[in-house]
Structures are given as structure tokens and as C-alpha cells.
Design a protein around this ligand. Structure first.
Ligand code: URA
Length: 213
């Protein structure tokens, strides 16, 4: 190891740091998994490959060579926190309904949802014959500009059904104008500009893993 003979049973080496050779041939450890957080802008598809040849989230990860793929999906027009990884095991755990990892969305909706509407959204609405799980919903400020007012809603969902926030809000009569995911499990977008990405720290990966146990 690192040019010296090691004959102690149980001696340790760090993959990617120590140079380990047997009969002068380099021993490679298992490749390290990659964990990336992206602040997705609107106008990108969440997929590795789009048959319609639209821009994909992978186009934003300039310089990333690892085979990573998105954990869950944000719509073409949704912005915000998207996790991408090469760790299939963690990805499967995070998207499994049993683990109920909270996802927080900020939606600008048309109109001014009253208390009753907020309560309906909290308790759940029927999408394709199945009720959505209980959600956290709070109402933010309303902006009176143009012909119709718009209101900010903050929704915490514990599942990730197709176009869920848009469908829920449309069903109660307040279609979504714009949508951003600001939190995924223990991760927040804090400090990451729109369109930018960064690797997660080992502590962030560990916290995510812990939220699926
Ligand atoms: N809900 C939606 O409607 N769209 C998303 O992209 C994510 C959650």
C-alpha cells in the first residue's frame, strides 16, 4: 500500500486515496456513488433522455461524467430542488411511499383560496380514484396585480404522485401559475442559484439515508 508491503491482517485503506497494489497491479475499490442537488429551472425535462429532444436536466450538469439519474420527477415547468444520484438503493428508498420523505412546494395559485379550500387540500382530494395523503398546507400573501389576484401556498406532501400539486390545486378551483420545490427530506435549496448544482456533503447523504430508516 502506497509503495510499502503491508502484512498486518485487518490493515485498512481508503478507496480513492490509498494506492493499493497486488503483484504491482492496481486494485480499484468500488466506485463511489455520486449525489447531486440541482436547482432546476423551468423548461427542462426530468429524464436522462427525451425522445422529443427537449432539453433535459442532464444538460445542466456540465462536467458530470457519472451515470446518475433523477430521484422522482419535477414537471417541465416546475422549478426547484431535484436530487440526482448513481445510488439506486437510496433512490428506491426515498421514492418508496413507506418512508414518507417530506417534499415542500411553494405554489403561486390563481385567486384567493379560503380556509375551507385550505382544509380540503390538507385532508386530501381524489386523484384518479385515490385520495391524496394528508398534507401540510399554509396560505401566504395574495398579490393584487392584473385582472386576477394570485396567492402563495406552501404545501408539504409525503408522497410524489404525477403532477400532484397542480392537480390538487386545479381540483379546488385554484390552478397553479408557478411551482417550485424548496425542500426534499432534509435538503433545502438554500444558497443554490437557479440552474446551478452541487455535490451533497457526506453528512447530507447520511441525513437522507437516516430519513429512510
Ligand atoms: N407536483 C406537481 O404538480 N409538479 C411537480 O413537478 C411536482 C409536484
Amino acid at each position: 500500500m502506497n509503495g510499502r508491503v503491508v502484512d498486518t491482517l485487518g490493515a485498512k485503506a481508503t478507496p480513492g486515496v490509498d494506492d493499493v497494489r497486488v503483484d504491482d497491479r492496481r486494485v480499484k475499490g468500488a466506485p463511489q456513488a455520486r449525489y447531486i442537488m440541482l436547482n432546476k429551472p423551468r423548461g427542462f425535462v426530468t429524464t436522462r433522455h427525451d425522445p422529443q429532444r427537449r432539453r433535459t436536466v442532464l444538460d445542466l450538469l456540465v462536467g458530470v461524467r457519472d451515470y446518475i439519474y433523477p430521484v422522482g420527477r419535477l414537471d417541465y415547468d416546475t422549478e426547484g430542488l431535484l436530487l440526482l444520484t448513481s445510488d439506486g438503493d437510496l433512490a428506491a428508498r426515498l421514492t418508496h411511499p413507506r418512508h414518507e420523505v417530506p417534499r415542500v412546494y411553494e405554489a403561486i395559485v390563481t385567486g384567493v383560496p379560503d380556509d375551507e379550500v385550505i382544509d380540503i387540500l390538507r385532508r386530501g382530494v381524489y386523484l384518479e380514484g385515490r385520495r391524496t395523503q394528508e398534507a401540510g398546507v399554509t396560505r401566504g400573501p395574495t398579490v393584487y396585480a392584473g385582472r386576477t389576484p394570485t396567492t402563495k401556498l406552501v404545501l408539504t406532501l409525503f408522497e410524489g404522485r404525477n403532477r400532484q400539486v397542480r392537480e390538487m390545486c386545479a381540483q379546488v378551483g385554484h390552478p397553479v401559475r408557478s411551482l417550485q420545490r424548496v425542500r426534499y427530506g432534509s435538503l433545502t435549496l438554500r444558497g443554490l442559484p437557479l440552474g446551478a448544482w452541487r455535490d451533497l456533503s457526506p453528512a447530507e447523504v447520511e441525513a437522507l439515508r437516516a430519513s429512510t430508516r
